[in-house]
Ligand binder design. Structure first.
Ligand code: ZN
Length: 157
């Protein structure tokens, strides 16, 4: 496993539409392991493949730090409600912005065995699913942020 370099806003790869994964290969398995390691190293909640420069529809999400979801070719099939709150992105370091998202999301995706599963989430998980699926279509949360981005205050300092 290896930590991959996280691409930052302004890089072309973050604005491209990603391709579907058609078969699981050792290379893709390695990519997914690297994405998880990169996510944990960065203390993130989610990471999409284009953020490490790979234009494939793969997302990893972990809102608790110990329960990772791996979503391949995810699609949001249902959403409801509304939540407005701060959102950040590993590709937009040091910043956050207010974004309104659905409060409930139901997604269908493939797991590492290319088997379909359903992931339902509310609150932070729903927000993370929307945010990461947006990445796969070349969109960053900054396009949806209400008002200017704020600087993240580092609570450890
Ligand atoms: Zn992001």
């Amino acid at each position: 496993m290896a930590i991959r370099n996280i691409r930052e806003i302004g890089e072309d790869v973050l604005t491209k539409k990603c391709r579907e994964v058609t078969e699981m290969t050792p290379r893709i398995k390695e990519l997914i392991e690297d994405m998880l390691e990169t996510l944990y190293e960065a203390n993130g909640v989610g990471l999409a493949a284009p953020q490490v420069g790979i234009l494939k529809r793969i997302v990893v999400i972990d809102v608790t730090g110990e329960d990772p979801y791996i979503l391949i070719n995810p699609r949001i099939v249902e959403s409801s409600g509304e939540q407005t709150g701060n959102e950040g992105c590993l590709s937009v370091p040091g910043k956050c912005g207010v974004v309104t998202r659905p409060n409930y999301v139901k997604a269908v995706a493939l797991d590492v065995n290319m088997k379909e599963f359903v992931l339902e989430g509310t609150e932070l998980l729903a927000r993370a699913i929307c945010h990461e699926v947006d990445h796969l279509d070349g969109h960053l949360y900054v396009e949806k942020a209400e008002g200017p981005l704020q600087d993240v205050v580092n609570e450890e300092e």
